[in-house]
Design a binder for this molecule. Structure first.
Ligand code: PLP
Length: 225
């Protein structure tokens, strides 16, 4: 199997769902990304700002770069000029920093709020109460250079498919709930980023609009951080 074949297979699986495939290229060389690009893939996900910035410089400029990893505030400036979507916004302070750097670039940066749905405490994100506190506070009105277009979540790393389904279903419910309850000019929930190589089929059934798939496209990674 090559990269193009892998993408074709996943594209055929997601076709009934009108979801988007984000090819997670972290740790993989630019040549692998170019191969996927030549096949027609345009959305790529990275979890390190510096690595993404280097690949941005080296690769075609019509690639849409998705930041999917945990983000340090002091790194935001390095990707603010070009990042397409930031999936892992897990604090108001981070959102404030993104707003500031987006403003300096004269851009509006699209963001997803990351929600903690897994049982592991190691995964980042807001919980429901924190989201409600933030969204009802009207703080978002002070961040005109960001636009919240959805939510992102990662299920527990487990063999228990029932549990994974419950976690994704819970996130979809929260998504629908927040979308109906809050209206701000920079808050339009259309994207639900959930599902990775091991669980994207379940995620699609639960309402995912963006799956983030790495190893099923590019093969296993030598290291993961
Ligand atoms: C690495 C990563 C992925 C892709 O993982 P695979 O199991 O290789 O598909 C998806 N989402 C996030 C946040 C990641 O860090």
């Amino acid at each position: 199997m090559n990269i193009g074949d892998n993408i074709a297979e996943i594209e055929s699986e997601i076709k009934p769902y009108a979801a988007k495939l984000i090819a997670v290229s972290k740790t993989k060389p630019a040549a692998n990304i170019q191969e996927a690009y030549d096949y027609g893939q345009r959305h790529f996900g990275e979890n390190k700002v510096q690595e993404m910035a280097e690949k941005y410089e080296a690769l075609p400029k019509d690639i849409h770069w998705h930041m999917i990893g945990h983000l340090q505030r002091n790194k935001v400036k390095y990707m603010a000029p070009f990042v397409h979507l930031i999936h892992g916004v897990d604090s108001v302070k981070l959102l404030q920093e993104i707003d500031k750097e987006a403003g300096k670039c004269g851009r509006t940066i699209d963001c997803l709020l990351q929600v903690h749905i897994a049982e592991e405490s190691s995964k980042f994100g807001f919980d429901e109460a924190e989201l409600d506190a933030f969204l009802s506070s009207h703080q978002l009105e002070h961040f005109p250079n960001v636009r919240i277009i959805g939510l992102m979540g990662m299920a527990t790393f487990t063999e228990n498919l029932h549990q994974i389904r419950e976690e994704f279903t819970g996130l979809k419910k929260l998504f629908d709930n927040l979308a109906s309850r809050y209206t701000y000019s920079n808050f339009h929930l259309t994207e639900l980023s959930m599902g990775m190589s091991g669980d994207y089929k379940i995620a699609l059934e639960c309402g995912s609009t963006m799956i983030r798939v790495g190893s099923s496209i590019f093969g296993i990674r030598n290291y993961d951080k």
